[in-house]
Design a protein around this ligand. Structure first.
Ligand code: ADP
Ligand code: ZN
Length: 673
């Protein structure tokens, strides 16, 4: 009887490809194989072995597998199940999941699981002086017992602990317990947190049992980490960014999702557009492992799950060592500008406070969530704004060590700074505030202070991020200016003042969760203030001192904020009360994409009725010369959403074959943020 193998290839075209298995070739689900594809040969993973062919497949067209690449299986059954689930849940070909799941090296036919470097860097690493974990404080100890208790009848538990309550120490104790039982632990953190204080702390406790896995680790090292987890030869504690959910765990006891509210857990591009928190919960339930979600500012969705009893919850309301929550003061920018009590973008009271703190030998963090010098420039005569030729956005002005230039923040296009308007010859003026401009102003105001800037541009070089953190924590820098990068779980002992230059920009984002994000970001950045001994201070400049987000923030009232938001979400039918699915259509030709969207919407409306939105234009309607339209589906919680997704999949398949949708890219985004 002929035997066939369904193989997953790292291609987004169809789900699996069928090949025949030559006599005597040992393949199983999970084997890494070389297969012919057209005139090429590619590496894939066998997901199923079968003796019967699906109907409608022409036997004579089936080609044999070329070879099996390893003596062992390199993908586990559990991984294959997880990939399948992801492909169904996120409406993407399983090949996309495969491409995200395996280190690139593993998809190279030259790579060998047998001959890979067994003597890894750990030999050359200096020996680590291990430290036993700190003893827990009474509050931490209580939280740990509550979490253990809750795990007895809930898979997922939320640890809602204020900034600096010492959540990491609680994690460490719970991890240690899992290791004692011989189980593996996955510790997920937002990408950026990985290069810092956290890995050092974990390494001191867990030493060689710790494995670090994220996108900045070289691909060779990623492949080696994959192999070590597969063979269980190391890495009982894996600390990693979102892609670590794809590692071949066999004996997982616990998944920790630290800063679970973080947006960076959601992959935007390319597909699969997955949320690592959701995948982590799925992974844990497949492996019968516990999940711990930790944060000071829970996602609304998570808090809802805790409120309804789906998740367990434990709280820590006190900061470590009796530290007080920072005091928050609002400064009314309307009034400041009106009275002309401003130095550039810093109000007089803020300038005074910075001066005082510097005088006391303290450090200051200034937060402005906009990189570059200024968001746009405009002609003073005719009002025209220089835009990217390929995207429908204004060019951001940059003035830094590289010089002065304009850059598109969507595609990277650059051009020289304009001195005169190309339309009318009028004078050009920069508008708005970015971190580079803030740095300029601060350096002029405080010439004696040492200033550093932390944003995407200043941290592009390898290790630059770490160097900024190091110099700031060793107080070689007095004022740190930064984008949201400075909000991420860092601890500095001498920071007594944190200021937010323009809070309003955070509120005006076009998303149902913009208030949620604003609150989280502000509460997190506030949490950087006041570490040792005294109460920290946070100054927020805003044009809208009465904004409800700021009112809740000033009281550090996370629960009040949650109740307000959850009510709004329910009233206006937003998640977590509905499932949201966005379909994004893209094409070079605007008419084509508009026609395609119209036609797709007709099909969807026929199937989904008023659950389907009108065709929408996103705030940026063209990126890299592709015109964009969107359609959104809202499916009530009580409806069988997986059936809905099957219907969408079918509709997309049908329309993709015919005009006007033929050739138009359609990208589904499930649970968009
Ligand atoms: P967060 O809750 O913000 O994640 P961390 O876990 O980073 O807080 O802890 C904040 C600070 O308090 C860290 O510097 C940490 O070393 C210290 N800390 C917390 N718990 C303890 C403990 N039980 N013993 C000693 N130091 C602790
Ligand atoms: Zn562009």
């Amino acid at each position: 009887m002929p035997v066939y193998a369904d193989v997953i290839l790292p291609l987004a075209i169809q789900d699996t490809y069928t090949y025949s298995v030559p006599d005597g070739m040992a393949v199983e689900a999970g084997s890494r194989v070389l297969v012919p594809l057209g005139r090429k040969e590619v590496v894939g993973i066998v997901c199923r072995k079968t003796t019967d062919l699906p109907e409608g497949i022409d036997k004579s067209k089936i080609r044999p597998l070329t070879s099996v690449l390893d003596a062992q299986l390199v993908v586990t059954e559990e991984q294959l199940r997880l990939w399948q689930w992801m492909s169904g849940y996120y409406l993407c070909p399983i090949g996309d999941v495969l491409a995200a799941a395996l280190p690139k090296k593993v998809l190279d036919r030259q790579y060998s699981f047998e001959h890979s470097v067994r003597r890894t860097s750990r030999l050359s690493r200096p020996p680590i002086n291990l430290h036993p974990p700190f003893p827990l404080t009474p509050q931490q100890d209580r939280a740990a017992s509550e979490i253990r208790q809750a795990w007895q009848d809930k898979r997922v538990v939320l640890l809602h602990g204020v900034t600096s309550s010492g959540k990491t120490e609680v994690y460490i104790h719970l991890i240690e317990e899992q290791l004692q039982q011989g189980r593996q632990v996955l510790y997920l953190v937002p990408e950026i947190a990985l290069t810092t204080q956290l890995t050092d702390r974990l390494e001191r406790v867990f030493g060689e049992r710790l494995l670090v896995y994220h996108s900045r680790v070289s691909d060779g090292k990623r492949a080696e980490a994959y192999r070590q987890v597969l063979n269980h030869s190391a890495g009982q504690v894996v600390v990693g960014a979102r892609s670590a959910v794809f590692l071949p765990f066999r004996n997982l006891g616990l998944v920790i999702v630290d800063e679970e509210h973080e947006l960076s857990y959601k992959q935007q591009d390319p597909a699969p557009r997955y949320h690592a928190r959701s995948v982590a919960v799925m992974l844990a339930s497949q492996m019968n492992a516990h999940v711990l979600l930790g944060t000071a500012t829970p996602a609304i969705e998570t808090q809802r799950n805790a409120e309804t009893g789906k998740y367990g919850i434990s709280r820590m309301t006190e900061r470590f060592a009796g530290l007080q929550m920072p005091r928050i003061t609002l400064i009314d920018l309307n009034r400041q500008y009106h009275r002309k009590e401003m130095y550039g973008h810093l109000s007089d009271p803020l300038v005074d406070r910075i001066r005082e703190e510097l005088g006391k030998g303290k450090q200051v963090i200034l937060f402005q969530n906009r990189r570059g010098y200024a968001p746009y420039m405009q002609c003073t005569q005719c009002g025209s704004v220089p835009k990217c030729p390929d995207c429908d956005v204004a060019l951001t002005v940059h003035r830094n060590l590289r010089g002065s230039y304009m850059q598109c923040h969507y595609c990277g296009y650059e051009s020289a700074l304009l001195s005169a308007c190309p339309e009318c010859g009028g004078e050009m003026r920069v508008h708005g505030l970015g971190t580079e401009r803030l740095e300029d102003e601060v350096e002029k105001l405080f010439p004696e202070a040492r200033v550093a800037r932390m944003d995407l541009d200043s941290t592009r070089k390898k290790d630059a991020y770490q160097e900024i953190i190091r110099s700031f924590s060793q107080h070689e820098v007095d004022i740190l200016i930064g984008t949201q990068m400075v909000t991420k779980g860092l601890h500095f002992d001498d920071v007594s003042l944190v200021a937010v230059l323009q809070a309003d920009s955070l509120f005006n984002q076009p998303s149902f969760c913009s208030y949620e994000r604003a609150f989280q970001m502000l509460e997190q950045v506030a949490g950087r203030a006041g570490r040792k001994g005294q109460q920290g201070e946070v100054i927020i400049q805003t044009f809208d001192t009465g904004h409800p987000v700021l009112e809740y923030l000033c009281r550090h009232d996370t629960d009040g904020f949650y109740h307000w938001q959850i009510q709004e979400r329910e009233q206006f039918h937003f998640p977590p009360f509905v499932h949201l699915i966005t379909l994004t259509l893209k094409h070079r030709d605007e008419q084509r994409v508009a026609d395609a969207a119209k036609s797709l919407r007709q099909r969807l409306t026929a199937a989904f009725g008023n659950r389907c939105s009108a065709v929408m234009q996103p705030s940026v309607t063209r990126i890299q010369n592709l015109h964009i339209r969107q359609i959104q589906l809202r499916i009530e919680r009580t409806a069988p959403v997986s059936k809905g997704k099957q219907m969408i999949r079918q509709i997309l398949q049908e329309v993709s074959m015919t005009l006007p949708c033929k050739g138009v890219t359609v990208q589904p985004d499930i649970d968009p943020l």
